[in-house]
Design a protein around this ligand. Sequence first.
Ligand SMILES: [Zn+2]
Length: 178
Amino acid sequence: MPLKLPICNFDAKTGILCANCEARLQKGEITKADVEASKAAIGLSDRLPELNRVALRRAFDGGGNYVLEFEQKDIPVLRSNPSMYSELETALKGKVWIVGAGGNDRKFLEDVFFPAKVLTVNTVWLSDGGKKTKVIVPAKRSERRIGDFDKLRDAVRRARGIELLVETEREAASKLHP
Ligand SMILES: [Zn+2]
């Protein structure tokens, strides 16, 4: 089974969109991020054979950093290759988070923060009526996946419309017991 992409595999390989994909891009059915991620994925599919067993559904660009949405069942396949993230990041020249399509916000955030654990997800209401989603993670901030909060925030907003706040367990506790 070849890699499944939001554009034709042939287009991804050549880097040139066919008339049909070009029209879908113009209509906004697919985005530039979908095209860029498709090109990157197909370019890596020889070296990373796991990619030939998965389907990339959509890609979201948050200022040069990407949330890549695959089929839910593909997530363990992608995580089974330890070079998957670093290879995708090199190809896309930005940070990459891999998430499963569908599912609720909690599931989405668990994918985003993997391998860090998500301890708590809370909605925080702002005085202007807006809301943020606060995620509490374990004390270590050094985990690679949560290493860059600003980049993470933009990509997550694009993907799900979630305004993300991240706190470690320790920071959350110090607010309760200052
Ligand atoms: Zn096409």
